[in-house]
Design a protein around this ligand. Structure first.
Ligand code: GDP
Ligand code: CA
Length: 316
């Protein structure tokens, strides 16, 4: 079976491990958010692609949630000695090697898709990973800072300010001139089922959906689309998604997110929506099922993937 998965960073990475475990031998593609990407210290950094790549390879730091296992921070310390800003974005020594290889390849003219494939040659994630787009379309957040309304890069808002500055909106800078990557479009057009990972609905999944061509491919595709809620109760399982949803006027609940995604039959993206077993949701035009959605290990995640595939089938 051909399965395409829309994924952000940590939630996307864990989910993809479950898809890989549930569907050995199937043709799975991870379409990964690149709206978080940023250039710092001259290095091109793709946090979500790296989270997914390291996690699928088992090379991630599970406790920290991002970056490499057995990481060290000597280069960071050197940056500090030089007073080289920004100091709020941690970069590990091992991780920096990834960013150097990526930056050098991009500078040499390779696309981000090519670079990602090259990095994955080493890490063997077992699932082809493609960026949502090869063009830069970075998320910026509209905030009030030092008495002025301005747009700061998503990473600055998220990491430096811990999403503590009131956001007035999200903007994908460059999105009008961007297009979906060829790999993303190929995966979506040939998919027999599309899964939407329990990733941040605004700054991970919303960003992917914002890329010209992606929504159209979902709408036109014959594949049913099933999503999983990242919200359990009235809070994200991890992270600060609750700082993003209200900016779009979306209730922080599984139902709120399901309705925000909407039914494919009425211009949205979903045919099926999985919520946690303690939640209920009514989403017009969408088949909803409640099952445990805590990705505590690959087996638990694989079980939810199997339910998602059943729900996809149920539509046909
Ligand atoms: P990021 O890019 O690293 O922020 O990661 P994602 O956007 O892929 O995922 C973040 C989302 O994953 C958060 O909104 C969390 O609520 C969600 N999440 C993390 N762990 C779990 C889990 O075990 N179950 C569910 N349902 N959602 C989770
Ligand atoms: Ca992210």
């Amino acid at each position: 079976m051909r399965i395409a998965v829309l994924a952000g960073g940590i939630g996307g990475a864990r989910f993809l491990r479950g898809v890989r475990a549930a569907c050995p031998g199937d043709d799975i593609t991870g379409i990964v958010n690149t709206g978080d990407d940023v250039t710092l210290h001259g290095l091109r950094i793709c946090p979500d692609l790296d989270s997914v790549m390291y996690t699928l390879a088992g090379a991630h730091d599970a406790e920290r949630g991002w970056g490499r296992q057995d990481e060290s921070w000597r280069i960071m310390d050197e940056f500090k000695q030089y007073g080289a800003e920004p100091s709020w974005f941690a970069l590990g020594d091992l991780d920096i090697a990834t960013h150097l290889v990526r930056t050098r390849m991009l500078d040499a003219g390779y696309s981000l898709s090519d670079v990602t494939a090259a990095l994955c040659q080493r890490w063997q994630p077992g699932i082809p990973l493609v960026p949502m787009s090869d063009e830069r379309c970075e998320t910026h957040v509209i905030v009030d800072l030092e008495g002025q309304r301005r747009a700061v890069h998503f990473q600055e808002w998220w990491v430096r300010y811990r999403a503590g500055l009131t956001a007035h909106g999200f903007v994908q800078v460059g999105v009008d001139d961007a297009k979906a990557s060829a790999g993303a479009l190929a995966a979506l057009s040939s998919a027999e089922v599309v899964l939407v990972a329990p990733s941040n609905p605004v700054v991970s999944i919303g960003t992917i959906l914002g890329v010209p061509g992606i929504r159209e491919a979902l709408a036109a595709g014959r594949a049913p689309v099933v999503g999983l809620s990242p919200i359990i109760g009235n809070a994200p399982v991890r992270g600060m998604a609750d700082a993003c949803l209200p900016v779009l006027g979306v209730e922080v609940s599984a139902e709120g997110v399901g309705r925000h995604y909407g039914a494919r039959s009425s211009g949205g993206i979903l045919d099926g929506w999985l919520v946690h077993d303690t939640d209920t949701a009514t989403v017009p035009g969408v088949r909803v099922r409640a099952v445990p959605l805590l990705m505590t290990d690959d087996d638990a995640t694989a079980a939810m993937v199997r339910t998602a595939l059943e729900l996809a089938d149920a539509r046909a």
